[in-house]
Design a protein around this ligand. Structure first.
Ligand code: NAD
Ligand code: UFG
Length: 338
């Protein structure tokens, strides 16, 4: 019996593949390499010394998915595949709705046809919008979303809930990630953005490496201790481990449950810059610019449900996240093309 990992060549997917293989799990990986490279999977094999089946397949390709389920005994799915660039989603909403929502519906239909009703889904803290109470718990109402990407996550959560209402044998974990950063401590796998990074950590890495000149800090007039945005940064390896715990849980239960995967600590942009400077031993030049449209002042998790129900907590510090991000960046100046 195997676990299918969609989007397994991507940033979080590749780290999760490593943790799954190290835990002795059988995996089958599928990806269309829209935002990733085959080299990531080669390195997953190198790091773990283990092999697995891979299918180059699109989520929207029903026949391709059927083939995967026919050729393997899939008992559950960890579903990472999706498009994730917030700004781009505003420009090309149909592409996001089609890929993320139609893609997930296509996957669920094939899962149902093969009697596989266990899914760990990559959701996001973005579903909370601008949460009124911090730290945010899973009970918090969903917030107003400012972009199509966020709406795809929120809508998929609702679709999966409806699926369970229609058939109580489904079991789904909605993992609401906070801000994953860092890389595997080997420096062999990490985040490899195609263009200029949208997210702060890869941006800082490229400034530290001299590939980008200066970090724009989007606003220092928020109602936060130093005026810059506050987020709950979580080490990608801690996040990956959360998927194994969630998988164990859904295998024994039915229902649809949301879990926050975060550390519970909020750090400002300036604190992140300071931690990264310490890790790389260089000054990160930055300039304060205007707020980025759609950004909120602060969000961080109450991760106690994941601890109580899944037995998972984040263990790695902000310093470790920055050290590992810098090792990945400095060892692979051109990402997987290095
Ligand atoms: P990523 O882009 O590195 O990985 C996603 C993978 O899915 C890529 O390898 C891509 O090629 C693949 N993919 C996309 N569309 C596909 C399709 N139609 N068919 C097959 N493969 C497809 O992103 P990531 O950071 O690893 O994120 C993984 C998941 O977690 C995504 O669903 C993302 O929305 C979600 N998420 C990410 C963050 C974050 O900050 N990185 C935060 C919250 C949620
Ligand atoms: N920031 C900068 N400069 C940059 C990039 C970001 O100052 O160049 C700031 C932002 O204003 C924010 C913080 O750094 O205060 C984090 O920004 P990111 O873009 O790294 O992350 P976000 O919190 O905006 O969004 C991320 C993911 C989304 C996800 C969301 C919630 O990109 O996909 O976390 O999980 F939905």
């Amino acid at each position: 019996m195997s676990i299918l990992i969609t989007g397994g060549a991507g940033y979080i997917g590749s780290h999760t593949c490593v943790e799954m293989l190290n835990a002795g799990k059988e995996i089958v990986v599928m990806d269309n390499f829209y935002n990733s490279k085959p080299e990531a999977l080669r390195r997953v094999k190198e790091l773990t010394g283990k092999d697995f089946k891979f299918y180059e397949c699109d989520l929207l390709d029903t026949e391709g998915l059927i083939r995967i389920f026919k050729e393997n005994k899939i008992e559950g799915v960890i579903h990472f595949a999706g498009l994730k660039a917030v700004g781009e989603s505003v420009q090309v909403p149909l592409k996001y709705y089609n890929n993320n929502i139609t893609g997930t519906i296509t996957l669920c239909q094939v899962m149902e046809d093969f009697g596989c009703k266990k899914m760990v889904f990559s959701s996001s803290a973005t579903v909370y919008g601008n949460a009124a109470v911090l730290p945010v718990t899973e009970e918090a109402p969903k917030g107003e979303l400012t972009n199509p990407y966020g709406r795809t996550k929120s809508m998929i959560e609702e679709i999966l809930k409806d699926l369970y209402i229609s058939d109580n044998s489904w079991s789904v974990a909605l993992l609401r990630y906070f801000n994953p950063i860092g890389a595997h401590e080997s420096g062999r796998i990490g985040e490899d953005p195609n263009d200029i990074p949208n997210n702060i950590c890869p941006y800082i890495s490229q400034v530290a490496a001299g590939k980008l000149e200066i970090l724009p800090v989007y606003g220092n007039d928020y109602d936060t201790p130093d005026g810059t945005g506050v987020r709950d940064y979580i080490h990608v390896v801690d996040l990956a481990k959360g998927h194994l715990k969630a998988l164990d849980y859904i295998m024994k239960t039915t229902g649809v449950e949301a879990f926050n995967l975060g550390t519970g600590k909020g750090n400002s942009v300036l604190e992140l810059i300071a931690a990264y400077e310490k890790a790389c031993g260089k000054k990160i030049p930055y300039k304060i610019v205007g707020r980025r449209p759609g950004d909120i002042a602060a969000i961080y998790a109450d991760p106690s449900k994941a601890e109580q129900v899944l037995g998972w907590t984040a263990e790695l510090s902000l310093e470790k996240m920055c050290e590992d991000a810098w090792r990945w960046q400095s060892n692979n100046p051109n990402g997987y093309d290095s």
